[in-house]
Design a protein around this ligand. Structure first.
Ligand code: PLP
Length: 286
């Protein structure tokens, strides 16, 4: 069975075991690029339009050359076909500024198998700890060069936060701003339930706007939920009837423990997980 699929933006399926990048690729030496990670389910890539919208917005924020949506769509389709329909996978779209020596941008799509951690988070939920991000919710507006709304390849601090939490016995992280407000996870959006109301922090306040949360908020009103964007504090998470870390590949990971405190199991818990499933399938697979 193929363990990873690699398709370059010209639509060519390549051997994923053969090195592709030059040593001076700006992705490698500067993290100067953008990416997307999405779910492949039943041989189709999920929420492609939302991911391409965000990839393009991220590329624009970094002033990267944009190869065009059509090329990405074709490469995504080719990679999903090559992966097949037998099992789920993650798909990554990568666009870097290219070589330091000059030339075209680097762009490719890869697909690989889901980590066991993902299945476990879906099944059992996660414990999380709050960690300070060290900036204000205003930073994205006052310092656009921080690229907070873009999904850049510079994820080293997000990974460091996860290792910090894991060394202290927590599975995941909820970042807080300098005002003590809830921001996001290092690879997820925070959503809470208050009865039949789903609430998430405002998308323009120093976080990455999540495609899964967006899709969830599109389908939830038809299922009797009200959806809101509002500032949240750690105490809101503790008082909520459910807290989830939502993302494209893991989907809905219920937070069962926050900073060592067990959170109650809500009647909405299963509901929200199946709503997220419905959302990623309804909002459009390629
Ligand atoms: N916030 C951050 C920092 C992320 O890295 C991610 C996903 O990787 C998300 C939020 C959730 O975004 P999406 O639902 O589009 O996967």
């Amino acid at each position: 069975m193929v363990e990873q699929v690699l398709v370059t933006l010209d639509g060519q399926v390549r051997d994923a075991e053969t090195p592709l990048l030059y040593v001076d690729d700006l992705a490698v030496v500067r993290g100067d690029g953008v990416f997307e990670t999405l779910l492949v389910r039943e041989g189709r890539a999920c929420k492609v339009a939302l991911h391409l919208d965000r990839l393009e917005a991220s590329a624009r924020a970094l002033e990267l050359p944009w190869p065009g949506r059509g090329m990405w769509s074709r490469a995504v389709d080719a990679a999903a076909r090559e992966w097949g329909s037998e099992r789920e996978g993650w798909m990554r779209l990568v666009l870097s500024r290219g070589r330091e020596a000059g030339g075209p941008p680097t762009a490719f799509v890869t697909v690989g198998p889901l980590a066991e951690r993902v299945r476990q988070a879906r099944r059992e939920g996660v414990s999380a700890m709050t960690l300070r991000r060290g900036f204000s919710v205003d930073l994205s507006a006052t310092a656009p060069w921080q690229l907070l709304g873009a999904k850049t390849l510079s994820y080293a601090t997000n990974m460091a936060a996860l290792r910090h939490a894991q060394a202290r016995g927590a599975d995941d992280v909820v970042f807080t701003s300098s005002e003590g407000r809830i921001l996001e996870g290092p690879r997820s959006t925070v959503v809470i339930a208050r009865g039949k109301t789903l609430i998430t922090p405002p998308r323009d306040q120093s976080i990455l706007p999540g495609t899964t949360q967006k899709a969830l908020f599109e389908v939830a009103p038809d299922k009797g939920y009200t959806c809101e964007y509002a500032p949240l504090f750690p105490s809101d998470l503790i008082a909520a009837e459910g807290v989830w870390l939502i993302s494209s590949v893991t989907l809905a990971a219920r937070v069962h423990t926050l900073d060592g405190l067990a959170l109650p199991i809500s009647p909405e818990a299963d509901d929200v997980a199946s709503l997220v499933d419905l959302a990623v399938e309804t909002v459009g697979c390629s």
